[in-house]
Design a protein around this ligand. Structure first.
Ligand SMILES: O=C(O)CCC(=O)C(=O)O
Ligand SMILES: [Fe+2]
Length: 270
């Protein structure tokens, strides 16, 4: 798998034809994302408050219609057919974000999967089952998570450890979320924890296989997000999206063949 991704990444880099000349800010953001393993980017400048509100209301309405959707695990619910029902979230990938991600990769990128989900309080089990972990995925995979609510620590912000810290723990053997006993003190240290708060439309990029991260159980209200799983691509994301958009809600697990966009799993339970 690693060799297949390395070969594909090489092809992707050779085929990169950026549409836009990056600004100094975009290059700096790409470099920071590379160094830290995560980056928080404000909502697209061209997305008005009205449009953000309309998206948020569409998300609330669909979750209501679906009775909160598919139960992934305790306190976490997935929307069925998310990107089909709310396609306008694609506008969270604007020219600015495109430039940041392309300069981070040194290539085009593509969307492998899209998932809308809601985290809800679990008052009977307040710290629920959200544990520090690394996603088990190729190192070229990253996630773009977009907040669809105003998010603070108490309403379930994503927490991350930066890449240098995560690399250190990984070298000591951290990888399995059920065997973190040796690491609990350092994981619990708020000094190295970045709690990513932000208003509706905030965009979070993170290296999900390299940066230790965790969801937080909301203490009140709920938190809705849409997460895009991204990998390098030999063609620009938009035509790839046009050809594959009907597959992205059910693509699950990892992309096991980046040349053929083959999903590891299909369905909503992942
Ligand atoms: O929902 C969250 O805040 C984190 C979810 C997570 O672990 C992931 O997207 O890989
Ligand atoms: Fe994760």
């Amino acid at each position: 798998m690693n060799m297949k991704y390395a070969a594909y990444e090489g092809t992707a880099r050779r085929n990169w034809k950026p549409r836009i000349k990056p600004t100094a800010d975009q290059l700096a953001a790409a470099d920071r994302f590379k160094a830290d393993g995560f980056a928080a980017i404000p909502p697209p400048t061209r997305m008005t408050a009205e449009k953000l509100l309309a998206i948020k209301q569409a998300v609330d309405r669909r979750f209501e219609e679906q009775n909160n959707g598919y139960v992934v695990n305790y306190g976490m619910f997935r929307m069925i057919d998310g990107i089909e029902l709310i396609p306008e979230v694609i506008d969270f990938i604007d020219d600015d974000l495109e430039a940041i991600i392309e300069n981070y990769y040194g290539s085009h990128f593509k969307i492998f999967a899209v998932s809308f989900y809601r985290t809800l309080p679990t008052p009977d089990k307040p710290d629920s089952s959200f544990l520090w972990h690394l996603d088990n995925c190729p190192k070229q995979e990253i996630k773009l998570m977009v907040y669809l609510d105003d998010v603070v620590a108490e309403t379930g912000a994503l927490s991350v450890k930066d890449k240098p810290f995560s690399d250190g723990l990984r070298k000591e053997g951290f990888f399995d979320r059920r065997r973190i006993n040796r690491f609990v003190d350092r994981l619990g240290d708020t000094g190295t924890t970045r709690v990513l708060e932000g208003p509706t439309g905030t965009r979070l990029l993170f290296e999900n296989g390299a940066c230790i991260h965790k969801a937080t159980s909301p203490q009140r209200d709920h938190r809705d997000v849409v997460t895009f799983v991204l990998i390098p691509s030999d063609i620009p994301w938009r035509p790839h999206f046009a050809r594959s958009r009907n597959l992205l809600s059910t693509n699950a697990g990892i992309c096991i063949d980046p040349f053929r966009d083959q999903p590891e799993h299909v369905g909503y339970q992942y």
